[in-house]
Design a protein around this ligand. Structure first.
Ligand code: ADP
Ligand code: MG
Length: 605
């Protein structure tokens, strides 16, 4: 027998999608506060939001008459023109409040703007109470207790309170990034987890301040501003330097028309834009805000509204890749300050213990060896014999004050300074205008050779090798179709493919630089990538990997003695080579210590 479901059951089913877990409930309620124009939103949770959450805002409030309507299904004040493609608010589906009310104990207390009475309504497992008077200031407080008590099966899917709390932190942070002019606080039963002050309306400075609240001070100091435009598409935001990378993409954020979204096109484009600078498995930190004409994006793809569908995903990909690449190109030889900070941190922690004890070679050595792991990122191998390295520095008179006028002028002109000495036949020490620069000669030269090779590739296209017997690879028709669109682009990389009947392609030539390869596997990888990322990343990656290996072998090894001219030549080449601040694996090629920092080390500041 077919029968209509009851409203309550319908709401419970909808709740399954809209409020999957406490964090999605918090997200829906905070989105409502933002839509109500709130400038301060305070969230309190207990047991990871499972037993209790309250969201208080200072938005425009809900009137007595509207309270019972707000909790009805498909009731919204936000779709005034009945157009799903012109959405300017966070909400529009009108299902959050009824869904939450169906599975929990929900109360809404509110006072509308210009009103001197406040009203409250309760919903328990779908049963709605009368509207009753309550004490409340301007704005709205929504309390949710015993989430999922009416659908206990869902409770089983929840994780520990700590994990649920971390999900809430994450989804609130995403919203806070997009609304830097709104204050956000989050407390649980033990502590204030964060309290982000509202920043002013000057988007540039306030956005970066808010981002640094969340991504850390390192990010704000080591990020590049993005500002790209293509017709009505606009991309702004900040991206981290490649040397500031992470082991997972958890620090990549995209906002489309102010809404935090997760999107494949975006992740793919970020990967492509950075692929030259990062080893596989390392991810840059980015926070990008894309504005597209509302008609060009479908926000209504998923009940939680975290996914979108672009009408012209090629254009989105283009502006993201283009915007990031040009910012990285402009950054040139820049590398992140975290690198020198880490190094400084290790030096400092090593030095203080000595000052208390009389100096002895033994404790000097042992404490260096012990801490030397921390040095890794900056590759400052001072541990072998601290005496000689200090000695060398003094010998080459770099720290004495015998600097000629001429040299001072040079320092002003050269960002990486003037070479003063080579230590351990591996590192070049240079004096820059207001600091000390240490260069890893091998890593730096490797990058220079690699960049040269790459520009040769793009000038003359790659050499190809013809296969003795062309290889036939069976594919689905749809796969052939998406591959076919890329035949031209692939041939630029030296890969020549033709259609072969309806269900196969024929590979005739492959890039010579790759040598003998598993052609079938490569084609399948390519098809996967083209279908999911819209890009043939792996072919470029493979080619670049080979370039990287070749450049690694072709470059100045560590352990080779260089004279001052050679050292200066390398520094100048670094300055004029794009991306020379990092080696091919995203590690820095040089660190700079500012004079200030050096002075701090010696307690002069
Ligand atoms: P939607 O946000 O999709 O409209 P909801 O179920 O989340 O649907 O909310 C229903 C309606 O309740 C909203 O359209 C809005 O008019 C009102 N509302 C909800 N929360 C608030 C709030 N914090 N302040 C003011 N109005 C609110
Ligand atoms: Mg809503």
């Amino acid at each position: 027998m077919i029968r209509l479901l009851s409203q309550n059951l319908i709401n419970q089913i909808a709740a399954g999608e809209v409020v999957e877990r406490p964090s999605s409930t918090v997200k829906e309620l905070v989105e409502n506060s933002l839509d109500a124009g709130a400038t301060q939103i305070d969230v309190v949770i207990r047991e990871g939001g499972r037993s209790f959450m309250s969201i208080r805002d200072n938005g425009f409030g809900i009137s007595k008459e509207e309270l019972p309507i707000a909790i009805q299904r498909h009731a919204t004040s936000k779709l005034s023109d009945d157009n799903l493609f012109n959405i300017k608010t966070m909400g529009f589906r009108g299902e959050a409040l009824p869904s939450i009310g169906a599975i929990s104990r929900l109360s809404i207390s509110s006072r509308k703007e210009n009103c001197n009475e406040s009203w409250k309504i309760n919903v328990e497992g779908g049963d709605v109470s009368e509207v009753i008077p309550v004490q409340h200031g301007y704005g709205t407080t929504i309390e949710v207790s015993d989430l999922f008590f009416a659908t206990p099966a869902r409770l089983k899917f929840l994780k520990t309170s700590n994990t649920e709390t971390s999900y809430i932190v994450e989804s609130l942070q995403r919203l806070a990034m997009a609304y830097q002019n709104v204050g956000f606080s989050l407390k649980d039963e033990r502590r204030t987890i964060f309290d982000y002050k509202p920043f002013g309306d000057d988007l540039d400075s306030s956005r970066l301040s808010r981002l640094s609240d969340m991504m850390g001070k390192d990010f704000s100091e080591n990020s590049l501003k993005i500002d790209a435009q293509n017709d009505e598409y606009k991309l702004t935001g900040y991206i981290g330097l490649a040397t500031l990378n992470r082991a997972s993409p958890s620090h990549q954020f995209l906002f489309v028309n102010g809404r935090p979204v997760k999107d494949k096109v975006f992740t793919g484009a970020v990967r492509v834009a950075y692929q030259d600078f990062l080893a596989r498995g390392r991810y840059p930190m980015v926070s990008l805000f894309l504005e597209v004409p509302p008609l060009m994006v479908d926000m209504n793809v998923h009940p939680a509204k975290t996914e979108v569908r672009f009408r012209d995903s090629g254009k989105v990909r283009g502006i993201i890749i283009g915007g990031i690449k040009s910012a990285l190109n402009d950054a040139g030889y820049k590398t992140s300050t975290t690198v020198s900070n880490q190094a400084l941190g290790s030096i400092q922690s090593n030095i203080f213990p000595f000052s208390k004890k009389p100096f002895s070679k033994q404790n000097f050595n042992s404490s260096y060896t012990q801490k030397s792991q921390n040095f890794n990122s900056a590759q400052l191998h001072l541990k072998e014999n601290p005496h000689t390295s200090y000695q060398q520095m003094f010998d080459s008179n770099s720290i004495t004050e015998k600097i000629s006028k001429n040299e001072i002028e040079q320092e002003v002109n050269y960002p990486l300074g003037v070479a003063k000495a080579q230590i351990h036949e591996t590192y070049i020490v240079a004096q820059s205008e207001n600091g000390l620069v240490i260069v890893d000669q091998h890593a730096a030269h490797e990058r220079i050779v690699y960049e040269k090779m790459k520009s040769k590739i793009s000038e003359s296209f790659l050499q190809r090798q013809a296969l003795l017997v062309p290889e036939v690879i069976d594919l689905k028709e749809s796969q052939i179709e998406s591959l076919e669109k890329r035949f031209d682009e692939l041939s630029d990389f030296g890969l020549i493919i033709e259609k072969f009947g309806v269900n196969a392609v024929l590979v005739r030539e492959t890039p010579a630089i790759l040598g003998v390869l598993d052609i079938k596997k490569m084609i399948l990888d390519l098809v996967d990538e083209i279908e999911s990322l819209g890009e043939a990343v792996s072919l470029k990656e493979k080619i670049e990997e080979v370039c990287a290996t070749i450049s690694c072998h072709g470059s100045i090894r560590s352990g080779r003695k260089l004279n001052l001219d050679e050292m200066n030549e390398l520094l100048r080449q670094m300055e004029s080579t794009p991306h020379s601040g990092q080696c091919n694996h995203g590690r820095p090629t040089y660190v700079e210590m500012k004079k200030n920092d050096i002075e701090k080390l010696f307690g002069r500041r």
